[in-house]
Design a protein around this ligand. Sequence first.
Ligand SMILES: *Cc1c(COP(=O)(O)O)cnc(C)c1O
Length: 416
Amino acid sequence: MVYNIKVDYFSINIIKKAVIILKDINNIIYLDNAATTKLSPAVREAMEPYLDELYGNASSLYSLGRKSAAALENSRARIAEAIGADPREVYFTSGGSESDNWAIKGAKHLMEKQGKRHIISSVFEHHAVLNVLESLEKSGFEITYLPVYKNGVVEISDLEKAIRPDTGLVTIMYVNNEIGTIQPVTEIGGICRSRGILFHTDAVQAIGSVPVDVKAINADFLTLSGHKIHAMKGVGILYVNKRIRISPFIEGGAQESGLRAGTENIAGIVGLAEGVCRAVGGMEEKHARLMPLRDKIYREIMKMERVHLNGELERRVPCCLNFSFEGVEGEALLLQLDLAGICCSSGSACTSGSLDPSHVLLSLGLPHEIAHGSLRISMSEYTTEAEIDRFLEVLPGVVDKLRKMSPLWENIIKNS
Ligand SMILES: *Cc1c(COP(=O)(O)O)cnc(C)c1O
């Protein structure tokens, strides 16, 4: 049989364009892993049966449902073991934002019963924490936001000074998502436990980069999210210490011990468990591979003129660096890097799109115009040295080009 296929000039062009786009996607250098990560093949493989034939509702009594229930409880046990918890202390949620909301709103109910109205947090938390606290302030709670200094780390002495008899909750993140600095959560948790104060930590950026053990840090609540560790978006956990009776977050069915209703996202949860176990199991290898890359980026970028590292180098996860380039506009830098196929961010994904400089960078004491010229580079286990070399090859030219067009830069040079 003979097919008469007519391919005109127009369709050839479309095909050519599609091929170029596909090629481009394959060539992308992705250095924005603090915003989200790609799905790992192992996670995809673990999830696959639950996207296909094992679609039963975990609450159903026949065997198809029971298989889902078994997968659910197996995932809960795997995650519990990975973070040093009891399976009964692990609740599945829709991700980091929900878990942060639940922890703080749950603690609010407990505090009300005890007549406590004071909460301590830090100025550079994720908005899923800050915006909840802001709404609690409107309902009469008092919040003390601990400062962070140039090093990007909260001070224990500031925490101790801030504690009052009516302090009921401390919520401080484990690792900051914009600059990658590690907070002294072990000390914070110890102080809270000895003073009878609840302690929540957002460990979304910590898992897989630093050891996360809920007992060792005396956490009462701990937040994790799937999509920052090569699992799915829209799935996460809240760890709740079993001595705490937290109030329900979503009312409805009896799922998650009646505290978080809704038919479970079994495939996502199975993937999350795989993601958590891979992140924890692969931590040392990732550390060993990324440390030299991090140091190379630091060394090369610091050779450039008028550039600053945001937050100290030492107490920092290996995958994340954040720099400010004087006389450069962060958004312009991102767009130029994008043209070269490189994905980075300035500030966090949540604040990009607004013209305000990041609250995290301002909290370090950076002036507005310097905070505006910032760039976050966040790597993952998939980042290669070749990609970093390419990035380091492109960056100085882009910064130079932008500075040449910048009146701000002209002033900086004139005044120096
Ligand atoms: C990404 C992130 C969140 C939000 O998690 P989602 O799963 O996207 O809701 C919360 N806290 C930190 C530190 C994060 O990096």
